[in-house]
Write a protein that binds this ligand. Structure first.
Ligand code: ZN
Length: 202
């Protein structure tokens, strides 16, 4: 299965199993744990998550989730966000600004007698913010590419996750969500005859 850091960032808000929402980025300590899995995106870090990095990650996630809601429209968005959502223009500006804080920027070099080449030029941005930039760049690649069209909000009750459809009719983020829906449907069907009034029975 392909992985999408942007979708994973959005899904740090998830169903807590009791009708509420759990936040994997709830504290700087849990955020360090979450960021470690993306170490390949993070040149040199992260070793620590301070208040500023934590706040920037949460800000980026808010922007990503607002853009995801826009991407899945007119289909339903995840229910985990406070309404109204961040405006699209504000979300875009936040995402694009976050992407500029990375260790390198791309430059096109094109000598008069030759072919163009891309070069990565080092920046002098704060290394602590590089993880935010890496996630923002991954989000830009995702939303700007063809996979965006397969982004969906999971249709299972209580689930608040986004996922990228693997096949045309996939409605659940993972098999366990589909199983939950099927079990609930099965129970409803078994209960219906008993709750329906029957003539002649008292
Ligand atoms: Zn789900």
């Amino acid at each position: 299965m392909r992985c999408f850091p942007a979708v994973d960032l959005a899904n740090t808000l998830r169903h807590d199993g009791e009708g509420g929402v759990a936040d994997e980025l709830g504290t700087p300590a849990t955020t360090v744990r979450w960021l470690r899995q993306w170490h390949e995106l993070m040149p040199g870090g992260p070793t620590d998550v301070d208040g500023e990095l934590h706040a920037r990650l949460l800000g980026l996630r808010t922007a990503v989730r607002a853009l995801f809601a826009h991407a899945v429209a007119p289909g339903p968005a995840s229910r985990a966000d406070p309404r109204p959502l961040m405006l699209q223009g504000e979300a875009l500006a936040g995402l694009n600004a976050a992407a500029t804080t990375g260790p390198v920027v791309a430059e096109l070099d094109w000598p008069e007698e030759g072919t163009p080449t891309t070069r990565m030029r080092p920046t002098d941005t704060d290394p602590r913010m590089w993880p935010v930039a890496a996630l923002a760049c991954a989000t830009i690649a995702f939303l700007g590419g063809p996979d965006r069209e397969r982004l969906r909000a999971c249709a299972a009750p209580r689930c608040v996750r986004y996922f990228v459809q693997g096949h045309g009719r996939q409605r659940w983020c993972k098999p366990s969500c589909g199983n939950r829906v099927r079990v609930a449907r099965h129970h409803r069907r078994r209960q219906e005859p008993r709750t329906r009034p029957h003539g002649g029975e008292s």
